[in-house]
Design a protein around this ligand. Structure first.
Ligand SMILES: [Ca+2]
Length: 121
């Protein structure tokens, strides 16, 4: 949890810097940066390895090799996001708050996530 909070603080600082830069270079169009992804999962801890991300907040079935592979996750959305063990939001559920980035997911759901969606609890 403390790691996630530190990461959130770092993201917040980066956003503040980006906002400042945006004011300076306001003529440039907004680029499609990784931060345009609302939810991101990574095959390895510390946001490394294969990456799966979506510009929407929900995926009923994670496709390809990243299924059953997430070991770190990020949430750029304004919602709590729940990650589920099975496709179609079934099985074990792991929730992270708005703006939270977890450098590791709990061991009980590591390499098991198959879907995710906004949730309150
Ligand atoms: Ca799974």
């Amino acid at each position: 949890m403390s790691t996630a909070r530190r990461r959130t603080a770092l993201v917040g600082a980066a956003c503040a810097l980006a906002s400042t830069a945006g004011l300076v270079a306001s003529a440039a169009p907004a680029a499609a940066a990784p931060s345009s992804l609302l939810v991101t999962g990574y095959a390895n801890p510390n946001f490394s390895g294969g990456q799966f991300g979506t510009t929407g907040p929900a995926v009923a079935s994670i496709s390809g090799t990243l299924n059953d592979s997430f070991s770190s996750v990020g949430n750029n959305s304004a919602y709590g996001i729940c990650f589920y063990e099975h496709a179609n939001y079934g099985g074990l559920k792991f929730r992270i708050g708005p703006g939270e980035w977890w450098a590791t997911v709990p061991s009980w759901i590591d390499d098991k996530i198959s879907s995710y969606a906004p949730c309150n609890g």
